[in-house]
Design a protein around this ligand. Structure first.
Ligand code: ZN
Length: 81
């Protein structure tokens, strides 16, 4: 088993999602220097999880299970409408 820091075991290379389950959204990283809107956020669906990987770096990767993804979806719907 490989050990990539910050990447949950079930999301290791070799179990990569198809391109149909992967999108890139341009956002702003509030921590890193750089121009606004020029941070690549990779959003993937792996099984029942939604995985957010800013910078494609695999450093800090956020994994939303169905409950968390639904909560975020509802919140964004409320705030962005
Ligand atoms: Zn950053």
């Amino acid at each position: 088993m490989t050990d990539t820091p910050g990447v949950p075991e079930q999301h290791q290379p070799g179990q990569r999602p198809s391109r149909a389950n992967e999108r890139t959204i341009m956002v702003t990283c509030a921590t890193c220097p750089g121009a606004r809107g020029f941070t690549s956020l990779r959003v993937t669906r792996i099984g029942g999880d939604i995985v957010l990987d800013p910078h494609f770096a695999g450093a800090c990767v956020l994994v939303f299970n169905e409950t968390a993804a639904t909560a975020l979806f509802d919140l964004l719907g409320e705030w962005v409408g």
